[in-house]
Design a binder for this molecule. Structure first.
Ligand code: NAP
Length: 283
């Protein structure tokens, strides 16, 4: 029977810490971190994500602005808006909610955001920093994953870690952060042929695929730590990538969905906004 790593509880603690930090920043700099979120189009899932981010910022005492643009906006106009925000001294963090419409090159959007205002940690220079083990803004979801792992007080050094999924926003950076903590890391993906064999050897499994029940109990070693990043809707219910009820009987620690990695992503975004603020204001 495993311990549940509650993203709800842990993220609340982080949000409280950030709130206290923001009060201190207000006193010292006479201003608070300001996050600007750009939402292009009216995808309901994206809208609910940005609303949650905005609410969390405001609750932490930060300033938050949502700029909504019609999905007919040109790439040129979107890039011009980002450049304007890059130069605005009142703005400390810029986040463009992805995906953007197909006629806009998301790489151009990511590259346009000034590195110091890149709260998502997607800019190539921030990505490079993670790979080189240098200081940089970490992408929020992998950062949240590492916070959850560390909350278990389990030593990561020397452990076998399996990351399932190799996306730029979750799988690859999560693998790099585990490597930084001296885990022996394997990255699996859709072309991996021996998933069960790899999974059974893993002390830590990070599942970031987007397929319900992809990690089943017969794939999990007794006592493994399971981080479930997946978000899937099955019969109207939100579930992760892991067969939670069965796997929790074998794992030592497991994250639930909902209430796991999701809230940690938002808490990490708040931490990143503070970090960007300090890079800009505390020179
Ligand atoms: P993504 O870009 O679609 O990447 C999915 C990865 O899973 C790919 O690397 C893909 O392999 C791999 N994959 C697909 N089918 C597979 C299979 N049958 N076996 C093994 N690997 C397989 O997704 P993402 O953005 O990383 O997100 C992954 C999941 O996490 C989604 O459910 C997403 O909603 C969720 N998510 C949650 C949060 C949060 O805060 N809770 C944040 C971000 C994402 P290939 O590279 O070979 O195609």
């Amino acid at each position: 029977m495993s311990n549940i790593i509650s993203g709800k509880v842990l993220s609340k603690e982080i949000r409280e810490e950030v709130k206290v930090q923001v009060e201190g920043l207000k006193e010292k700099f006479n201003k608070v971190p300001h996050l600007v979120v750009i939402l292009v189009g009216d995808d309901p899932a994206s809208l609910s994500y940005v609303t949650a981010k905005e609410r969390a910022c405001l609750r932490a005492g930060m300033k938050s602005t949502l700029i909504r643009k019609d999905d007919s906006i040109t790439e040129e106009a979107l890039l011009a808006l980002i450049h304007e925000l890059n130069e605005d001294p009142d703005v400390h963090g810029i986040l463009v909610q992805l995906p953007v419409p197909k006629h806009i090159d998301d790489n151009k959007v990511i590259n346009a955001i000034k590195k110091e205002k890149d709260v998502d940690g997607f800019h190539p220079l921030n990505v490079a920093a993670v790979h080189l083990g240098q200081e940089g803004i970490l992408p929020a979801t992998p950062k949240g994953i590492m916070t959850m792992l560390k909350s278990t007080n389990t030593e990561i050094k020397g452990k076998q870690a399996l990351v399932i999924g190799r996306s730029n926003i979750v799988g690859k950076p999560a693998a790099m952060l585990l490597l930084k903590e001296h885990a022996t890391v394997t990255i699996a993906h859709s072309r991996t042929t021996n998933m069960k064999e790899l999974a059974l050897k893993a002390d830590i499994i990070v599942a970031a695929v987007g397929r319900a029940n992809m990690v089943t109990a017969d794939m999990v070693k007794e006592g493994a730590i399971i981080i479930d990043v997946g978000v899937n809707r099955v019969d109207g219910k939100l579930v992760g990538d892991v067969d939670f009820d069965a796997v929790k009987e074998k794992a030592s620690f497991i994250t639930p969905v909902p209430g796991g990695v999701g809230p940690m992503t938002i808490a990490s975004l708040l931490q990143n906004t503070v970090e960007c603020f300090l890079m800009i204001e505390d020179k």
